[in-house]
Design a protein around this ligand. Structure first.
Ligand code: GDP
Ligand code: MG
Length: 163
């Protein structure tokens, strides 16, 4: 079976943008059903002849702040149960949040390979924003810009190294 890579992170950090970038054209669409599924959540992807299945665990995002943490715990749970590698994506513009810390703790304890991606680093002058994420205890953050397509090669190299 293909390895499964799950994308986990707070609402609005760029999970869907990253997912759509990595999915390319070979996407297995989970049909948009109003009120049920807003995003495509599964896709086939590949990098350097490695084929894998990608999951956007944030396919259905909460609309109110008070359930964000509960939703993130659920996402992390799904990822920990199903994924071979987890991409934990954080927002380099917003900075580190309490829910990032909490979810990082859950992911760390799972023992699964975690790749930490700091998104929205759209230019080299923003690279310093990544340092604070060392505090999550998930190793070296990889800076990316999902919308600009920057850093994705480094990210995928790291992901497939765990297959
Ligand atoms: P999700 O809620 O985690 O799935 O996040 P989305 O992929 O929907 O993105 C949330 C917002 O962040 C959107 O307005 C995106 O255009 C924006 N965004 C995503 N990636 C980047 C990035 O690399 N740089 C910047 N500046 N904005 C981004
Ligand atoms: Mg999304």
């Amino acid at each position: 079976a293909k390895p499964i890579v799950a994308i986990v992170g707070r609402p609005n950090v760029g999970k869907s943008t990253l997912f759509n970038r990595l999915a390319g054209h070979r996407i297995a669409i989970v049909e948009d059903t109003p009120g049920v599924t807003r995003d495509r959540i599964y896709a086939d992807a590949d990098w350097l002849r490695h084929n894998f299945k990608l999951i956007d665990t944030g396919g259905i995002e909460p609309k109110s702040d008070d359930i964000i943490l509960a939703q993130m715990r659920r996402q992390a749970q799904v990822a920990m149960e199903t994924a071979d590698v987890i991409i934990f994506i954080v927002d380099g513009k917003t900075g580190l949040t309490d829910s990032d810390h909490e979810v990082a703790g859950m992911l760390r304890r799972s023992g699964k390979p975690i790749v930490l991606a700091v998104n929205k680093i759209d230019s080299f002058k923003d690279e310093d924003n990544a340092y604070e994420f060392f505090n999550l205890g998930l190793g070296d953050p990889i800076t990316i810009s999902a919308s600009q397509g920057l850093g994705l090669g480094e990210l995928l190299d790291e992901v497939v190294s765990h297959f």
